[in-house]
Design a protein around this ligand. Structure first.
Ligand code: SF4
Length: 401
């Protein structure tokens, strides 16, 4: 199918032939993708139809989610992103590094309510900035946060029926290798390729680990190591529409080169009180629908996720734009990154998904098509994944002995 990258992209309505070509599976070029992000309200139904057709051609009528618990191993972080309410400095109210007992308590509670994923989320390299974190790690018996994380992942694997998924910020090749042996999948949001976000007063001012080049290099290294990886964009933090398309194209390029990107998250920025960006406008529902639809057209075969709790109350509209996954849904722990936005009740999520003619199905943290390569990374992962995956690679209803 020829691409439609040469279409003239001005403010006039796109010709019918463009929508027909997109609906038939043509890939938009960069210029057309930028134009589609500016689709008028009259054009939006055409865009959504093309995105749904792309999902229908490449996926069964199944929308997945991962039943998970959230384990915020430490909320100390050396970065200061303008939108973050998760991070703390040592001594600040709410600052906390979980003990091994606390970690296992959450994992066991998750196990009791049928969770399969232990999502480890933590601040980036806190011990580089804070002597107090170095002291905490010493008392726990570990040299660094990543050493502690590795030990906790292994313990969760050995002592529970949960599989760890690690979101631990930027790290080098050796740590990707080590954590890849105790975590079937890992994640690092690209957020954006825009370096303008590092400028004084912008979202990533004072956040050295958010430099796009650093994050792209880590995503590339994960590709070289063939680690099933989750990445994505944070929408509405000051990037331009062109930046969004460039970010999607950068992730598509990595995925085409290495085939390791299992999932792409499209997360909308929400302003939070007491953050530097509390007055920054959030992206509209229309912006999110256009962005998801364009991502679907640029990457028809990619697992596309948008978190429902950040799009309440009418989150099911995201299905119209071509997502095929709701991400991690916890029956137990709050979303510590967006504590003001509770996850929907599972029965309600299922009802709304079914109302769109789609079936809701639980998956593991690693997607079915990536299960085999995750299992190949270590004997322990192989044993645990085989006990938890069904024949098709989704989450089994019963844990095998
Ligand atoms: S978003 Fe992540 S890296 Fe940025 S301040 Fe928060 S915890 Fe740190």
């Amino acid at each position: 199918m020829p691409g439609t990258g040469n279409v003239e992209c001005d403010a006039s309505l796109l010709p019918r032939s463009v929508w027909d070509e997109l609906g038939d599976g043509a890939h938009p070029g960069r210029r057309l993708a930028c134009r589609l992000l500016r689709a008028s309200d009259d054009e939006l139904p055409h865009l959504l139809n093309a995105a749904q057709a792309a999902r229908g051609r490449n996926f069964p009528a199944v929308i997945t989610y991962s039943p998970k618990v959230f384990i915020p191993l430490t909320n100390l972080c050396r970065d200061y992103c303008g939108y973050c309410t998760f991070r703390r400095d040592p001594g600040q109210a709410g600052a906390h590094t979980m003990s091994p007992e606390e970690v296992m308590e959450v994992a066991r509670a998750g196990e009791r309510v049928g969770c399969r994923e232990a999502l480890f989320s933590l601040g980036d390299k806190p011990e580089f900035a804070f002597p107090a974190m170095r002291a905490t790690l010493r008392a726990l018996g570990y040299r660094s946060t990543l050493h502690y994380l590795e030990a906790m992942c292994e313990r969760v694997l050995r002592e529970s029926s949960l599989l760890p998924h690690v979101n631990a910020g930027v790290m080098g090749a050796p740590w990707l290798h080590r954590l890849g042996a105790v975590s079937p999948s890992m994640g690092l949001m690209l957020e954006s390729t825009s370096t303008a976000l590092l400028a004084p007063g912008a979202a990533h001012d004072h956040a050295p680990d958010k430099a796009p080049a650093l994050r792209l290099a880590m995503l590339e290294e994960a590709g070289r190591q063939d680690i099933p990886f989750t990445s994505g964009l944070l929408i509405g933090i000051g990037e331009t529409l062109e930046d969004r398309v460039d970010s999607l194209l950068a992730l598509r390029g990595l995925s085409e080169r290495y085939g390791h990107i299992q999932e792409l998250i499209l997360q909308n920025f929400l302003p939070k009180p007491a953050t530097a960006m509390r007055s920054h406008p959030e992206p509209s529902r229309g912006t999110m629908l256009r962005t998801v639809a364009v991502a679907r057209l640029l990457m028809p075969k990619m697992n596309l996720q948008a978190p429902p709790n950040l799009s309440a109350p009418d989150y099911e509209q995201l299905l119209d734009a071509g997502i095929n996954d709701w991400g991690g849904i916890s029956p137990l722990t709050p979303d510590f990154i967006n504590p003001e936005a509770p996850w929907p009740h599972l029965a309600e999520l299922e009802r709304r998904t079914r109302a769109k003619g789609l079936e809701l199905r639980p998956r593991l943290c690693v997607y079915p098509e990536f299960v085999e390569r995750a299992a190949a990374r270590s004997p322990l992962l192989k044993e645990r994944i085989s006990a938890l995956a069904d024949e098709a690679g989704y989450a089994a209803t019963e844990v095998a002995a």
